[in-house]
Design a binder for this molecule. Structure first.
Ligand code: CO8
Length: 374
């Protein structure tokens, strides 16, 4: 069996930033208009008035200070509160493929590889722009890669689950190098009208190159092991889908966008994620408190990561050096979060250092990738 490494990472960051203050200002303008427009029904007790959002709440409840988005005007327009994205003709590269190609090119450059060295693309994200042809095949074609590509979706765990598929393909010899790319245009599927979650997500795209250790550049990260787990839960859910029309379902229904029971997710997922990583490390003969130099965790909520890190380290103190935080700048970018943390915070470590990339989210799903610097 081949030894396998992550040899390069790349990231596309959208041009536009929305701060909590900007977001709340637009949302609150929408609330004022809504309540005025429904004053009579509210007075009769037929509908509940909407409550205003607060930037201070958002930062203290989540740790998020801002998010990047592909398009800002539509999201901040109180009469719209979702992005303006132009439908493109079939002759043009899709938006999702465009940002994926950018991140993939950067990951290949970081690894010192060209399209000729790569033979597979896995596009792994929370939402796909269309049903078919697969986004991965379009990305593969735009990059000029000979071989194959496919899409997969495990919500926030899409990246780590994709990395396991790439590692297995290289390990067993069905591919020599695989790009795993995570284009997350969360703004198109975010429930911007819902105060409980309107602040959660941001757009981004990450990519990693997985190849044989023997061809990887010095300083690459050897993959020591991967471990995936899923347990069904309705606590994070989105019922948008191809059967909506036949079910005569309301296409504008609240359940056709992101929904969650945030408190339950917090309570249930934190212990699962910590236990998952500890037991994965144990099977590799490693201890979560003593043998791991860095944890690149999924980025949904600051307190969640602090709690998980404390469980893993058995200490009361949280150190951002051991578990770097990027959600203050990016918000929750679904599957891309742990990969942004890895991309931004891996080059300063030393040969022999061990780290864990770990995602957790809808499904529930948890994926961990244990790596050692080569
Ligand atoms: N402004 C002011 N007050 C607010 C706001 C707001 N925006 N929102 C809620 N409040 C109020 C509530 O009404 C409540 O008031 P009261 O106590 O009077 O009832 C109070 O604040 C507390 O509300 P919550 O209990 O909801 O607040 P929490 O402290 O639980 O914080 C969080 C909310 C931040 C959402 C938190 O629960 C959390 O982060 N949980 C973890 C969630 C998580 O990790 N989810 C993962 C989802 S991502 C995923 O799996 C990928 C899905 C695919 C991506 C799809 C892209 C669109």
């Amino acid at each position: 069996m081949q030894k396998v490494a992550i040899s390069g990472t790349g990231m596309f960051v959208p041009d536009h930033i929305i701060t909590n203050e900007e977001l709340v200002q637009s949302y609150n303008a929408y609330v004022v208009k809504f309540n005025a427009a429904h004053a009579a029904a509210i007075e009769r007790g037929e509908i509940q008035p909407l409550s205003e959002s607060s930037a201070a709440f958002i930062e203290s409840a989540s740790g998020i200070k801002q998010r990047y988005v592909i398009e800002k005007e539509g999201i901040l327009n109180p009469d719209r509160l979702h992005p303006y994205l132009k439908e493109r003709p079939n002759s043009e590269l899709s938006l999702m493929a465009e940002i994926a190609v950018d991140a993939c090119k950067k990951a290949m450059a970081d690894a010192g590889k060209t399209a000729a060295d790569v033979d597979a693309v896995i596009c792994s994200a929370s939402n796909m722009q269309r049903a078919y042809p697969a986004m991965a095949v379009e990305i593969q074609s735009a990059l000029g890669i000979q071989g194959f590509g496919y899409d997969m979706n495990v919500a926030c765990s899409s990246a780590t689950f994709g990395i396991e598929q790439a590692v297995n393909a290289v390990r067993t010899g069905t591919a020599k190098a695989v790009l795993v790319v995570n284009p997350e245009i969360t703004s198109a599927h975010q429930a911007w009208l819902d105060r409980d979650c309107h602040f959660i997500f941001g757009d981004v795209c990450t990519a990693v190159l997985v190849e044989k250790l023997e061809t990887a550049k010095p300083g690459s990260w050897e993959v020591l092991g991967t471990k995936l787990a899923t347990v069904f839960s309705n606590n994070i859910r989105n019922n948008f889908g191809f059967m909506n029309r036949s079910e005569d379902a309301d296409p504008q229904g609240r359940d056709k966008l992101f929904m969650q029971e945030g408190r339950k997710v917090f309570k249930e997922v934190c212990p699962m994620a910590a236990e998952h990583m500890s037991s994965h490390l144990e099977t590799l003969g490693l201890n979560s408190a003593h043998d791991v130099r860095r944890y690149w965790l999924h980025q949904a909520n600051l307190s969640m990561n602090q709690l998980i890190a404390k469980k893993l380290l058995g200490s009361k103190e949280f150190s951002a050096d051991v578990a770097p935080i990027i959600l203050d700048e990016f918000a929750n970018t679904a599957s891309a979060g742990s990969i942004i943390a890895f991309h931004r915070h891996n080059k300063d470590l030393n040969t022999g250092d061990v780290g864990v990339i770990c995602s957790f989210g809808a499904g529930y799903s948890i994926g961990s990738v244990v790596v050692r610097k080569h």
